[in-house]
Design a protein around this ligand. Structure first.
Ligand SMILES: Nc1nc2c(ncn2[C@@H]2O[C@H](COP(=O)(O)OP(=O)(O)OP(=O)(O)O)[C@@H](O)[C@H]2O)c(=O)[nH]1
Length: 601
């Protein structure tokens, strides 16, 4: 039987955020001539607008490079990009499953960071050949020898042959390509075997339908193949197969070892499930490939249109986003205060922000977003266990037996002088110390168990600000734990605003309840009448502040007779109003719903 081509190499680039993965990918694309320098303009692999603006990779992409190696042969190199942010770790594991090798990019100044480690472990789990690349050696403060030592000490990889590179100035690029050719194993599958294609991503295209991004593990596929999804048994006729060069380009056939796309006029992206195996309905494979861990949303919030009439548009927009992002989940929700909206689940806070921004920018929606919450497991006295992702749905206290909250195992890398600061922070955030190791002479790796709700609260900002940005964080869900939690409700003008309720540890409840009303007092604009703001636990008021009434004469005086100034002021008010929601007879601005995240312990 014909073996997969010996001249194919499938690889990923793994790195901590900002260590230069996308820049390196661009250089590789440029060097191999897939695109000319002029065509590159922007980093190609980070193609989503938001990705460019934020300078981070969100969705993974693939590209095929053609490289004439020093041995005189032309190799097909398939590069599958991976996101670097902790929210998207599951996407990294997907791309790695489609590869035989990985470039491990480490910044020559910063050294190993939390996501370097997390990604290396994923690569090792997938038995990938790892090629260490020390990037940014052009920087005056680069310390490649120190970083080399870190790679050996912390990861246990032989770094004596680590490639010293600068993705920015093009140093080491040829060496990287040669190393890929000589050390990454060629794929093993057989062309003639029954088809097994691993779907590592999928995308909806208005013309081609749902497109599967695949790695062909065994067999081959071409136009006309009756492809069968092994999880659902559904059969579709292939209309096109192709590769990413880097634009999608159609080819005759995709064979064992290759990476590319398959289109089959599939209407629903749900039919192209990431992690599923595609086979040939006429001569199916006996077993599917091992799938992936399914991604699970960890953070939830409510999204409400400011204008009730936008509700349907919000639903359509969420559906559209969901087509290309299966990890976004949503279901209708009603709030007494905010009306009809959606409860949405995200992989993490960054994912949440990205979706919110896309809804506002790309779909032109004006939204009120409620503070994020994790999923609590609530045991009632009747013996039921309910998953609660919206604090206002918590049953009354007298029906609750206990509440469990999600915990994470957090890995923090930090210069040793900040160890005390981090320990203090983790103490404040209800963390449990697990372990501490030296990564190098003056850098330390700390392992803690922390409640996910504290991470969602303001952990990352605190971590960065207290260490001048030197700490890096990675975390994974470690399970649920029973803790002493209470719900705080907020009353405005005597009316409970359900969208402002939040769950907090009892020990922190008084402080947060008090600070929240203080914050709200500053955020809620004065109106014609006095507005008392109270925070309560059950029936007990724990804090109160008042927004005093506006004095009428102040208004008229301030506008005077100056019509242009008045117009300006009114316009400003109008713009400000856009993100206000009338709740009862009080106008609440968007900031109020996020205020709980802005208070310090
Ligand atoms: N001096 C120098 N800067 C570099 C080099 N490589 C990348 N950079 C810069 O480092 C920053 C981050 O680079 P990216 O390529 O966006 O990092 P990334 O790892 O792809 O980040 P994510 O996509 O968010 O994971 C950018 O400002 C780059 O210009 C290098 O070799 N030398």
């Amino acid at each position: 039987m014909a073996q997969a081509s010996q001249r194919i190499r499938n690889f990923s680039i793994i790195a901590h955020i900002d260590h230069g993965k996308s820049t390196l990918a661009d250089r590789l694309i440029e060097y191999t001539g897939a695109l000319s320098k002029r065509e590159m303009e922007e980093q190609v692999l980070d193609s989503m607008d938001l990705e460019r603006e934020r300078g981070i990779t969100i969705k993974l992409q693939a590209v095929r490079l053609s490289y004439k190696a020093k041995d005189g042969e032309v190799y097909e190199l398939n590069l599958i990009d991976t996101p670097g942010h902790v929210d998207f770790t599951y996407e990294v594991s997907r791309s790695l499953a489609a590869c035989e090798g990985a470039l491990l990019v480490v910044d020559a100044v910063q050294g190993i960071e939390a996501q370097t480690l997390a990604n290396v472990y994923l690569a090792l789990e997938n038995n990938l050949e790892i090629i260490p690349v020390i990037n940014k050696i052009d920087l005056p403060s680069a310390e490649p020898e120190r970083v080399q030592q870190e790679i050996e000490d912390v990861i246990g990889l032989d770094a004596s042959e680590a490639i010293l590179a600068s993705a920015k100035s093009g140093i080491g690029i040829e060496e990287i390509l040669e190393r890929i050719v000589t050390t990454v194993p060629a794929p093993k599958g057989e062309d003639q075997a029954p088809l097994k294609a691993l779907i590592f991503d999928s995308k909806f295209d208005a013309y081609k339908g749902a497109i599967s991004y695949v790695r062909i593990v065994e067999g081959s596929v071409s136009k006309g193949t009756k492809m069968k999804m092994m999880s659902s048994g559904k059969v579709f006729e292939v209309t096109e197969v192709g590769v990413f060069a880097p634009a999608m380009s159609i080819v005759e056939e995709l064979k064992a070892g290759q990476v590319g796309f398959i289109a089959a006029s599939i209407k629903n992206v749900k039919d192209t499930q990431v992690g599923d195996t595609i086979t040939d309905a006429e001569s199916p494979a006996a077993e599917p490939l091992p799938g992936y861990r399914k991604s699970t949303p960890m953070v939830f919030c409510g999204l409400y249109p400011v204008e009730a009439s936008d509700y349907n548009r919000l639903r359509d927009s969420l559906e559209k986003l969901h087509l290309n992002d299966a990890s976004l989940v949503f279901e209708p929700e009603t709030s007494v205060a905010l009306g009809f909206g959606y409860r949405c689940g995200f992989l993490g806070l960054l994912h949440m922000e990205i979706i919110q921004e896309r809804l506002e920018r790309e779909y032109d929606l004006n939204l009120i977003t409620t503070a994020p919450s994790v999923i609590y497991k609530v045991h009632t006295l009747k013996g039921e266990v309910n998953d609660i992702d919206n604090p206002s749905n918590l049953p009354p206290i007298d029906q609750i037996a206990s509440i469990e909250e999600p915990m994470v195992k957090a890995t923090i890398l930090v210069p040793s002088e900040y160890v005390g600061t981090i320990m203090e922070l983790n103490q404040e955030k209800r963390g449990t110390y697990f372990n501490m190791d030296y990564v190098s002479k003056n850098r330390v790796k700390l392992i803690y168990e922390l409640p996910l709700s504290e991470i969602v609260f303001d952990y990352f900002d605190q971590l960065k600000s207290r260490t001048k940005g030197y700490a890096s964080l990675d975390y994974e869900l470690s399970g649920y734990k029973e803790t002493d939690l209470v719900k705080i409700d907020v009353l405005l003008n005597g009316e409970m605003v359900d969208a402002l309720s939040f769950i907090v540890h009892r020990a922190k409840s008084y402080n947060r309840g008090k600070k929240l009303v203080e914050k709200l007092q500053g955020i809620i604009p004065r109106q014609m009448f006095e507005i008392p703001i109270q925070s309560v636990i059950g029936n007990r008021v724990i804090a109160r502040e008042t927004v005093r009434a506006m004095r009428k004469d102040v208004l008229s005086k301030c506008y005077g007779g100056d019509i242009s100034r008045k117009r300006k002021l009114l316009e400003k008010q109008k713009a400000g109003k856009k993100r206000m929601k009338q709740v009862g007879n009080v106008e609440i601005p968007q900031d109020a719903f996020m205020a709980v995240l802005k208070i310090e312990d």
